[in-house]
Design a protein around this ligand. Structure first.
Ligand SMILES: Cc1ncc(C[n+]2csc(CCOP(=O)(O)OP(=O)(O)O)c2C)c(N)n1
Length: 622
């Protein structure tokens, strides 16, 4: 049996354990090759290969429903469900997604990318099945890191609404991106060392009972199974929630997994099957350093070295270093991350003895992170909540109700604002300017280079009048000339980069670079535009903007946020108050979910390259 011949899970039914083990090896090699060439989520996917095989082997997919949480571990699932041919296109423009996607395959029942959704969605599928009086199985596969998300507990709290089977597979590798944090992950660790028992062994015994006797004593046998679970079962917390707990099992032992799934399939009620896996399994560099290999750029398989080293420091690292300096000077600064300490640049503060005890990783719990920060701010601390733009969406009400309404000085640091590239629509930070701009009391800044970014971080830590947000893209610095001094920026004031006439270009954040490109093109057509670095998206210095507008006939706003409700909309609101406003061209992301691809490639497609923007301006001038 070769992977290339598997067009659906039906092709693995009836295979021997040995054949399945060989298949697992082949799948790992294909995943490794793909990620080494194009980047992607490596260590989680390598860890879930046997799980994917065993599930598709035992369950009747796609009639039975598998819901993968986050979905970054589902590469083997993709390979087993008819996507071998397209696998090399994964995460590229026009190719298959790096996450489950409903429009991509009937086997992808629920799209993902953000964590901790599978249990709620799964329960929805289970109840839909019950209402439709169907008998298919529903399974949610969730990692221990994603289990730290509050929504999972909301779903567990609700899960007994179904009386038929709803199975939660807890894929426990002791890691989120970094090691899993919190009391719940400690609890899981206790379960892992307490009893490694196998319901499979007990099941083998039950199956050895002749069928006619088995049928006769079915009730008795079911009771015996329950009693066995109760005696052996270490998952008291789950049992107290009326969830049947099984495990922990070796998540790389195909024989054991297949036996247990066959048993679980027959059971009613909500079952939680705890399997232990190793992140990075099968590729030593990833197994040894799963944090580094959680998500990877292309690399050489033989030694794990990255093919293209980043030419300059990332903005993430600039944030981390800047905050480290400030936090050493100001003991009131507290850093908060939702399971992304390194991803957001707070890792170096966690490692420094002077700041370590003021850095909190709260797990995948963005809502909690924000309200936790609100509490700290009430007591006079300066909480810095560092969360990717896309994940902060989760905490919208907490930002409004717990922070802004009480006008608390919480600093929001939004990394990965704008297009992020190959992670695609689940991860683009396309909406933060729109969703933050509507919140009263909120100040929003976007730096156009790394030195301005440092000053904005400083300004944010000095600002005591209410919440303040700083957003920047997934990018590297423009120069290596990082200054050491800090300047406090006047709130709401823009910066004039160069003075021209007729055309006014206003760049938001790093999109200022595009304005400079546009200016280069326009100058060749004898148009010298005025260029403004907006710096602030809220508040805006309305009177100064109006003055500028009176001096120009065309105004173009350039942002990497949706044009719906973004900076351009804010400018439109000012223009709406003017008598003879200039023509406004809003350049930004469309009111649509943008796909995956290289950032510049996507911008080209969306008309937000230097050429695309200048074409629009020239057309408007005609
Ligand atoms: C809401 C949200 N916050 C943060 C992330 C970033 N993220 C992606 S995977 C991951 C860790 C998930 O850990 P786990 O569920 O244990 O899966 P593993 O990677 O260990 O296989 C995190 C924090 C996300 N996808 N969604």
């Amino acid at each position: 049996m070769e992977l290339k011949d598997i067009s659906s899970p039906k092709d693995i039914k009836g295979a021997s354990i040995q054949e399945l083990e060989n298949l697992a090896e082949e799948i790992r090699a294909v995943i490794l090759r793909q990620v080494s060439e194009h980047g992607g989520h490596l260590s989680s996917s390598l860890g879930a290969v046997e799980l994917a095989i065993a599930l598709h082997y035992v369950y009747d997919t796609p009639n039975d429903i598998l819901i993968w949480d986050v979905g970054h571990q589902a590469y083997a699932h993709k390979l087993l469900t008819g996507r071998y041919e397209k696998f090399s296109t994964m995460r590229q423009r026009g190719g298959i997604s790096g996450f489950p996607k409903r429009s991509e395959s009937v086997y992808d029942h629920f799209g993902a990318g953000h964590a901790s959704t599978s249990t709620s969605a799964g329960l929805g599928f289970a109840i839909a099945r019950d209402l439709a009086q169907k008998d298919n199985q529903v399974l949610a596969i969730i990692g221990d890191g994603s289990m730290t998300g509050g929504m999972v507990f909301e779903a567990l709290n609700n899960s007994n609404q179904t009386k038929k089977n709803f199975t939660i597979i807890l894929n426990d590798n002791k890691m989120s991106i970094s090691p899993s944090v919190g009391a719940f992950s400690k609890y899981l660790s206790k379960l892992s060392v307490k009893h490694r028992h196998s319901l499979g062994e007990f099941s083998r015994f039950l199956r050895s009972i002749p069928k006619h006797l088995g049928n006769k004593f079915k009730g008795l046998i079911d009771n015996a199974k329950l009693a066995f679970e109760n005696i052996m079962n270490p998952g008291q917390l789950f049992r107290d929630l009326s969830i049947r707990y099984f495990g922990p099992f070796d998540g790389h032992n195909l024989q054991e997994l297949i036996e247990i799934f066959k048993e679980i399939k027959e059971l009613p009620n909500v079952c939680l099957v705890h399997v232990l896996t190793q992140k990075g399994k099968g590729y030593d560099p990833a197994a040894i350093d799963p944090i580094k290999w959680h998500g990877s750029d292309p690399f050489h398989i033989d030694d794990g070295s990255v093919i293209l080293e980043k030419p300059r420091p990332t903005l993430t690292s600039i944030f981390g270093k800047t905050l480290l300096t400030l936090a050493k000077q100001n003991k009131k600064i507290v850093g908060i991350s939702a399971a992304m300490l390194d991803g957001c640049g707070l890792g170096i503060l966690k490692e420094d003895p002077e700041t370590a005890d003021r850095i909190f990783d709260v797990g995948i719990a963005e809502e909690h992170a924000v309200t936790f920060a609100a509490g700290l701010a009430c007591e006079g601390f300066t909480p810095i909540v560092a969360i990717y733009s896309t994940f902060l969406q989760r905490a919208y009400d907490q930002i409004i109700h717990d922070v802004a309404l009480q006008n608390l000085p919480v600093v929001f640091i939004l990394d990965r604002a704008g297009l992020v590239g190959s992670d695609g629509p689940t991860h683009h930070g396309a909406l933060d300017l729109s969703y933050l701009r509507t919140i009263p009391n909120m100040v929003i800044m976007a730096p156009s280079d790394e030195n301005e970014m440092r000053n904005m971080i400083y300004t944010a830590t000095q600002y005591k009048n209410g919440p303040i947000a700083l957003r920047y893209p997934r990018a590297v610095t423009w120069t290596n000339d990082i200054r050491t001094e800090f300047f406090q920026l006047p709130i709401g004031k823009f910066r004039t980069v160069s003075k021209g006439s007729k055309v006014l270009l206003i760049g938001v954040g790093f999109m200022l670079a595009k304005c400079l490109d546009v200016a280069g093109i326009l100058v060749k057509k004898s148009i010298k535009p005025t260029i403004i670095d907006a710096r602030f998206v809220k508040p805006l210095d309305t009177e100064s903007y109006k003055e500028l507008f009176r001096e120009h006939s065309v105004v173009a706003t350039v942002e990497d946020n949706s044009i719906t409700g973004g900076f351009g909309s804010a400018i439109a609101e000012i223009l709406a108050e003017m008598k003879n406003p200039p023509r406004l061209i809003r350049i930004g992301l469309p009111d649509a979910f943008v796909g995956q691809g290289e950032i510049e490639e996507l911008r080209e497609e969306l008309g937000i390259s230097g050429k695309g923007i200048s074409d629009k301006i020239l057309a408007a001038m005609k």
